[in-house]
Design a protein around this ligand. Structure first.
Ligand SMILES: Nc1ncnc2c1ncn2[C@@H]1O[C@H](COP(=O)(O)OP(=O)(O)OP(=O)(O)O)[C@@H](O)[C@H]1O
Ligand SMILES: [Mg+2]
Length: 268
């Protein structure tokens, strides 16, 4: 749940203004539900994109702050894609990250969209990118290990692991990738596999989504049984998620995951 900028305690605002000078206006980000605050800040020193989260206790970060710590740790290793992190502030029980504010729109994943070619270039680059040492122990497959034996999903590739269209921004001929919260290491094909539900939600059929994924060598090289395993545990996890999260985006995501898992099961 997003908080409002005005929820920031004076101590935090003071620490932020020490960097920015007087703040003229604040525009909340268009979408999202992770960081407590995500907003464009117009200040004397220029525009910034600020993400902030409240710690859950004096000695406990809580999930939102933990996510922001990951984003801050990864940022210097992926500057080809991520808007640069200018500074961070920790004060009054909050963690604040201030990024370069880019002028860009969300990607369009509908069938035939040219943005899918831009996305493919980003994925090619990511797949060739060395794994930043900071991600050495952050296994993306951990998310599904309570459901099955998922060691086949492990690997040494750098995965952004959340390339949804609101995290891929296009502007001025550049593609930016934001929201590196879920980044980690894993089998290379997982980057595309995690995209499949987003492609379905954008209007692709499962066969079309997989045809798109097959432009990547890591997809064609993946053992079909491993892809089946992933589609199954991913759908199962989303079925479990919607027991507690009944927001429409979650229901849609769970349905897309289920549709893909059924498609994989039925084609065998
Ligand atoms: N550096 C940036 N410059 C301009 N806009 C940005 C920047 N970073 C993010 N945005 C915009 O803000 C939105 C939310 O940012 P981000 O995805 O990083 O936040 P989040 O809190 O992790 O939430 P969620 O993934 O739930 O949207 C993005 O979809 C994008 O529209
Ligand atoms: Mg996001």
């Amino acid at each position: 749940m997003r908080s409002d900028w005005t929820d920031l305690p004076p101590e935090v605002l003071g620490a932020v203004k020490a960097h920015t000078g007087p703040i003229h206006s604040v525009e909340p980000a268009p979408a999202g539900n992770h960081a407590d605050i995500a907003a464009t800040v117009h200040a004397a020193a220029g525009r910034l994109f600020v993400k902030a989260a409240r710690k859950t206790g004096p000695d406990t970060d809580g999930p939102e702050v933990r996510s922001l710590r990951w984003e801050a740790a990864i940022n210097p290793h992926v500057t080809e894609y991520a808007p640069r992190l200018h500074w961070t502030v920790e004060a009054g029980g909050w963690l604040v990250l201030a990024f370069e504010r880019v002028q860009a729109r969300h990607a369009d994943y509908t069938p035939g969209s040219a943005d899918l070619d831009a996305l493919a270039k980003v994925i090619d680059g990511l797949q060739a990118h060395p794994l930043p040492p900071v991600l050495g122990h952050k296994r993306v497959a951990r998310r599904w290990e309570a459901l099955a034996e998922v060691s086949a999903l492990d690997g040494d590739s750098l995965l952004h692991a959340d390339l949804n269209p609101a995290n891929v921004l296009l502007g001025g001929g550049t593609v930016y990738v934001v929201d590196w919260t879920f980044a980690g290491r894993g089998a290379a094909f997982l980057e595309m596999a995690l995209l499949v539900p987003w492609l379905l939600k954008a209007g692709h059929t499962p066969a079309e989504a997989e045809r798109w994924a097959s432009r990547f060598p890591a997809w064609t090289a993946a053992d079909p049984d491993t892809v089946d395993l992933f589609a199954r545990v991913f759908a199962e996890k989303w079925q479990a998620n919607i027991v507690t999260n009944t927001e429409s985006w979650a229901l849609e995501h769970a349905a897309a995951a289920q549709r893909w898992a059924m498609y994989r099961r039925d084609r065998r």
